[in-house]
Ligand binder design. Structure first.
Ligand SMILES: [Zn+2]
Length: 211
């Protein structure tokens, strides 16, 4: 078994002096006051606790190890060695610059070399990295690099298309804009035929929407 370079778990660096739930709620009270409202007002009294709990959900990825998710593989695949593509995986993330939602979808593909992984695992790897503070470029690269390093396939491809709320609800206020990023490794990078086949598989559907 090859030695796998484990991606850095964000959690490792924060567990030592991780603030308490109370600390987090106090910070959110401050933000409510910063917005100009009164945190003791009835309507927002429970908001700090709710927001803190939401953060546990949004950022659950720091507690997850995508390498472990991919370690169980199956080798009885009757010699299957064509593209495996999981298309239209919903992506919910938060940008690390504004902590606002990034919502879109990912297409994840690999070209197996004797072993395959359960398909839900690919979606879980997307979630584990998405549920951290991110930029889309880094998210795309982390998913592809991890699949490539752990499964050791003949190729890995990740394409993400997503809308960034920091662009739609603030700043330049451009709606309907999506950003597309891709990372192609191995055969998807080196072999134009394989890459074309993948893009045809992804593009082969009736409509494009972010729902
Ligand atoms: Zn942003």
């Amino acid at each position: 078994m090859n030695k796998i370079a484990r991606p850095t778990l964000g959690a490792a660096s924060v567990t030592e002096d991780r603030p308490t739930q109370e600390d987090a709620e106090a910070a959110i009270r401050t933000l409510i006051r910063w917005a100009g409202d009164n945190p003791d007002r009835e309507g927002v009294r429970d908001t700090p606790a709710r927001v803190a709990r939401s953060y546990l959900e949004f950022f659950a990825g720091y507690e997850q190890d995508p390498v472990v998710m991919l370690e169980r593989t199956f080798e009885e695949v009757e010699g299957y060695d064509e593209i495996v593509l999981l298309r239209d995986i919903r992506v919910e993330s938060h940008c690390e610059h504004h902590m606002l939602p990034i919502v879109g979808r990912a297409h994840v593909a690999y070209l197996p070399d004797r072993r395959v992984v359960g398909i839900s695992k690919l979606a879980r790897v997307v979630d584990a990295y998405a549920h951290r503070l991110q930029i889309q470029e880094k998210l795309t690269a982390q998913i592809a690099n991890t699949i490539n390093d752990v499964l050791l396939p003949r190729g890995t491809a990740v394409i993400i298309e997503a809308a960034h709320e920091c662009m739609t609800t603030r700043g330049v206020h451009k709606t309907g804009v999506t950003m597309v990023t891709s990372r192609m490794l191995g055969a998807f990078r080196d072999d134009p035929t394989t890459r074309r086949e993948l893009l045809a598989m992804i593009g082969n559907r009736g409509h494009v929407s972010l729902d």
